[in-house]
Design a protein around this ligand. Structure first.
Ligand SMILES: Nc1ncnc2c1ncn2[C@@H]1O[C@H](COP(=O)(O)OP(=O)(O)OP(=O)(O)O)[C@@H](O)[C@H]1O
Length: 254
């Protein structure tokens, strides 16, 4: 599934968040979406899911306008989403949440049980967690369950908002391996994250949002070879954050 946009613009009130974005992400790509807090990464993911509408411009899925394409349920079912929050019903057990999400996607969980159990076994050490209520889950457990839900129906387009936040290093490694195993020539994965070292291990392409526009959009190789070898220093150079003095802060906090 190829995705893209032409002249995509989104504002909240008078604040322009995304301004005239034009891009293409080809099948087989894993796009790392980077940018400072408030740069508009989640906003772009919301637009790609179809939850929010752009003010102007066109979102393209397999070359078709997302608004036209969205009318086709089959296409919607090919999208998997890990939102930043609000995905789980705290009252349900994890197993109930899995069944509920499967119902929403219109898939028969019993015939996909091998796949679901394989994902759960891989991400959770102990499968008894599936009988616990989501409300009792730790941050990392919620994230892992959210990932399983996002991949439940083997989507061709996967949109992951902060998949690594709240994960311990071992769990993050599992998720990196999981994403690399899922990546395939007919799929696209979009990963919004602040964790550069993790992004580096999964992304084939990078998009850096800054001040409503892409400061960079291209392959990982092009990004890191454009003068710097390290992802973090390349990003810092691109976004050029101001060095701020901590003198006043020190005085106030002393
Ligand atoms: N529903 C909303 N109503 C009003 N403003 C919003 C809304 N959603 C996002 N914004 C604003 O849009 C801007 C972009 O927010 P967004 O959540 O997309 O950023 P982000 O890059 O995902 O940030 P972070 O890295 O902190 O998660 C912010 O200034 C935010 O306050």
């Amino acid at each position: 599934m190829e995705i893209g946009a032409e002249n995509l613009t989104k504002s909240y009130g008078r604040q322009i968040v995304l301004n005239g974005l034009t891009f293409r992400v080809q099948e087989g790509s894993v796009l790392g979406l980077l940018g400072n807090n408030g740069a508009g990464k989640s906003t772009l993911i919301h637009l790609l899911t179809g939850i929010h509408q752009p003010d102007s411009g066109v979102l393209l899925i397999d070359g078709k306008s997302w608004l036209d394409a969205a009318q086709h349920d089959s296409l919607r079912r090919q999208i998997g989403v890990l939102p930043e929050q609000g995905q789980l019903n705290p009252e349900l057990t994890a197993a109930e949440q899995l069944r509920f999400t499967a119902l929403l996607y219109g898939i028969d969980l019993s015939s996909n049980m091998d796949q679901v159990m394989a994902m759960a076994e891989y991400l959770f050490e102990d499968l008894s967690v599936l009988e616990k209520r989501c409300a009792t889950f730790s941050t990392g457990m919620k994230k892992k369950l959210g990932l399983i839900l996002a991949f439940l129906h083997k989507p061709r387009l996967v949109l992951l908002d902060e998949p690594f936040s709240g994960l311990d290093p071992g769990s993050a490694r599992l998720v990196i391996n999981f994403l690399n195993a899922y990546s395939r020539s007919d799929r696209v994965i979009v990963v919004s994250s602040h964790n550069l070292s993790y992004v580096e291990q999964v992304a084939t392409h990078l998009a850096v949002l800054h001040e409503t526009e892409f400061r960079f959009f291209g392959t990982m190789d092009a990004f890191t070879s454009s003068g710097q070898s390290q992802l973090e220093s390349s990003l810092m150079q691109l976004l050029a954050p101001e060095e701020k003095s901590t003198d006043q802060l020190r005085r106030l906090l002393s």
